[in-house]
Design a protein around this ligand. Structure first.
Ligand code: ADP
Length: 471
């Protein structure tokens, strides 16, 4: 059996008592001292020994008390001396064990917190967490970015950081009535972004039949792009029907008039001419739609080749020379090195340049000026600029001109034979060539259309093989 603390104390006490009696006896019998004097001398000898012995028991207790208090105050690196094999030894071992477990648990909690932060930080969706009083506990980085919210919002009400009565109402319903909801909302209410918001209450851990929640989590999915695409798709369906219906109605009307007897009239020839013009327009729309669907179709492939820039531009200018001359519009170009070449599909790149030049000529009044400027950029791109001094495009419409059927002046475009699909086709072709396209314009002063194409050598180096949409 191991010696316990209590038996050690009794042994030490008995040893001291024995020592005291021994000293006292020695003084009484050997030195013939009085009993009182020998007792006093015995006490004088034994007291320092008593302090020494008591220190042996009290010191470890003081030491363990200090280290336990350090642990309680959150100090993790507590080193505890392990005492001999008695109750104090057990206590010191328990403290060491406790400190190790505490260190593990704290490590685990901080690891979990790091994972949580990494997940919340890496999410594309915005996350808002509120407590049972409707106060903000957490707003992740995505939501801060999406709604330009500051990171210091803890403790504020949701209304203070996101001014939406609808959102606030949904959060309160989830908190007090346990109603989870999914809805669409435009934020800020001025209407810049559309979100799909999922609101869910966090139930309190008690099993009481209490509908009150411990908090609420709101997840914001940015569906602005989806909504835009949906709008473009709806507009497209409506536009196609409208675009096709107008010439068809005219053709039908004139054909019926001819059938009803006008065939023999003098106007018959004019009627047939109108029918022909509208049939041509129909054919042009169908042609453009087919080109668009071809470029967008799975498996669409460009036939890539090295094309000298001066050759590409020269061919396109030749193609438009006649229509430009009719309006006395000059088309000029800057000098480019004969070695400057792009890597692309000749047929489609000609279509891009012809479309942009045709627009420049169409939307520029007589005696106007159209320029083509080509520059080689440091980042191994070739920048093309088609610039005119025509009617220009209002700033608020500029971002929409690449949409299908979008026309700034519908009447004028139709009169000039436009289908409203040209720029949309151009954009798709440039993107298929890994390029970018954009426009700048000032109404009344003219427009500039920019697009980039990879330099021939760079494209080959990067291995731009024949472009193919993912099948
Ligand atoms: P369209 O067949 O009507 O020309 P596009 O898609 O080529 O269709 O162009 C879309 C619209 O952009 C045109 O209807 C016109 O309003 C505007 N636009 C395009 N290019 C120019 C330009 N160079 N100057 C002014 N407006 C232009």
């Amino acid at each position: 059996m191991r010696p316990g603390l209590q038996s050690k104390l009794i042994r030490s006490f008995l040893s001291l008592l024995f020592l005291f009696l021994l000293i006292q006896t020695c003084f009484v019998y050997l030195l013939k001292c009085s009993f009182l004097l020998s007792s006093m001398l015995g006490v004088v000898f034994v007291i320092p020994l008593f302090f020494l012995v008591s220190r042996r028991f009290i010191k470890p207790i003081l030491d363990l008390t200090r280290r336990t208090m350090e642990l309680a105050s959150g100090h993790q690196g507590v080193e505890t001396h392990v005492y001999p094999d008695d109750e104090l030894g057990d206590l010191s071992k328990a403290i060491v064990e406790m400190s190790l477990q505490l260190r593990d648990q704290i490590g685990e909690v901080s690891r979990e917190k790091e994972y949580q932060q990494a997940i919340l930080g890496g999410m594309a969706e915005g996350v808002l967490l509120v407590d049972g009083r409707g106060r903000v506990l957490l707003v992740n980085e995505a939501l801060q970015r999406l709604l330009s919210i500051s990171s210091r919002v803890t403790g504020k009400t949701t209304l203070e950081i996101i001014r939406s009565a609808e959102l606030e109402e949904a959060i309160q319903d989830a908190l007090h009535e346990g109603v989870n909801r999914t809805f669409e909302i435009t934020l800020p209410p001025s209407g810049e972004k559309t979100f799909q918001v999922n609101i869910a209450g966090i139930p309190s851990s008690s099993n009481e039949p209490n509908p009150e929640m411990k908090g609420v989590i709101a997840v914001f999915h940015d569906i602005t792009r989806l909504k835009d695409l949906e709008r473009v798709r709806q507009d497209f369906a409506a536009n196609v029907s409208h675009e096709l219906r107008t010439p068809l109605t005219t053709i039908k009307g004139y054909a019926e008039t001819l059938l009803e007897g006008a065939l023999k009239d003098e106007v018959a020839f004019q009627f047939v001419q109108v029918i022909k013009r509208h049939a041509d327009r129909l054919a042009q729309i169908v042609e453009d739609l087919l080109t668009l669907s071809k470029i967008e179709s799975k498996g669409f492939q460009l036939k890539m080749e090295t094309i000298p820039v001066y050759e590409l531009i020269g061919d396109c200018i030749d193609f438009l020379k006649e229509s430009a001359q009719k309006k006395m519009i000059s088309i000029s170009r800057n000098e480019v090195l004969p070695s400057l070449a792009v890597y692309g599909d000749r047929h489609f790149l000609e279509q891009v340049l012809i479309n942009l030049l045709d627009n420049a000529v169409k939307y520029t009044s007589e005696d106007g000026k159209v320029e083509i400027l080509v520059t080689e950029k440091e980042n191994k791109e070739i920048l093309f600029l088609i610039k005119d001094d025509g009617i220009g495009i209002p700033k608020e419409e500029l971002h929409r001109i690449f949409e299908r059927f979008y026309r700034v002046d519908k009447g004028r475009s139709k009169d000039l034979g436009g289908t409203g699909l040209g720029l949309s086709i151009v954009k798709h072709i440039i993107q298929a060539h890994h390029g970018r396209i954009w426009a700048e314009s000032q109404p009344g002063k003219g427009s500039s259309f920019y697009f980039t194409l990879p330099h021939d050598a760079d494209a080959q180096e990067k291995g731009f093989k024949d472009h193919q949409n993912n099948p």
